[in-house]
Design a protein around this ligand. Sequence first.
Ligand SMILES: C[S@@+](CC[C@H](N)C(=O)[O-])C[C@H]1O[C@@H](n2cnc3c(N)ncnc32)[C@H](O)[C@@H]1O
Length: 285
Amino acid sequence: MNQLPWLDQVLQMDALAGMNLIPDQSIDLVVADPPYGLGKDYGNDSDKQSPTEFLNWTETWLSLVLPKIKVTGSLYLFTTWRYSPEIFVFLKSQMSMINEIIWDRRVPSMGGSTRKYSSVHDTIGFFAKTKEYYFDLDAVRIPYDEATKKARTRSIFVGKKWLEVGYNPKDVWTVSRLHRQHPERENHPTQKPLAIVERMVKASCPKQGVVLDPFAGSGTTVAACLLNQRHYVAFEINPDYHRTILNRVERIKTGGYEVMPVANRFHQGAEEPGYSNGCGQLSLL
Ligand SMILES: C[S@@+](CC[C@H](N)C(=O)[O-])C[C@H]1O[C@@H](n2cnc3c(N)ncnc32)[C@H](O)[C@@H]1O
């Protein structure tokens, strides 16, 4: 497999041109975190398009990427509420929608707009090529703590496999955005937390499978692949960010990379097993 010239490479080029290098049906998982159409500065004009241009460009790159996905493959797409309706309608015409995941960025409550509610989440679409999509729930289950296990001693819970192996993550993922002082932080304005991308990679790409990231940024997907024995191919158009990724790869390969313990990376809240039902009681899972 390593004979393939694009495999395990981070290529400094426009992802749309780069799709020519990749054979159809060769990718297990796409993790796509493109410019959001919100005018962010990535050292180029990639996020400075009008809404119509942005949506046309989105359909163009998606149309190039989707044929690369295997029949058992899937796609996670980071976006926001502003464009998720249009993008998801397009994707639903090509794929099966499995989940809408909400990334709660744990934004503190501080003022904000007086004309609307403060937006504190990103929207992530999870789509599969076919109903035969690969999904390894056991790889991402969340273990119950001893206190919860003990509390579940009623007969209906005894011997339940899920009590031992942990529960299924919910579709609201509460992970703090990366602050400047965070050990994981690279020099990139919209770097995603590794915990989020690692969960996608572990659940949706088999070991030694291949993950494609068309908009690699600081290389979070590449890091998740290296740390979890998956192959990757990644594109990043900005040469400075490309260097950042290569540097991150080097640190991982030489063992000089600091990763927070898994248990500390997802916060409780909607993810905890017996989330409060608002009536002062714990609901039963
Ligand atoms: C939202 S950021 C990705 C952040 C990344 N997920 C991370 O965790 O660091 C989007 C990236 O796409 C890059 N980009 C924009 N247009 C591109 C294109 N046509 N081809 C490749 N990369 C592109 C930008 O330079 C930016 O770094």
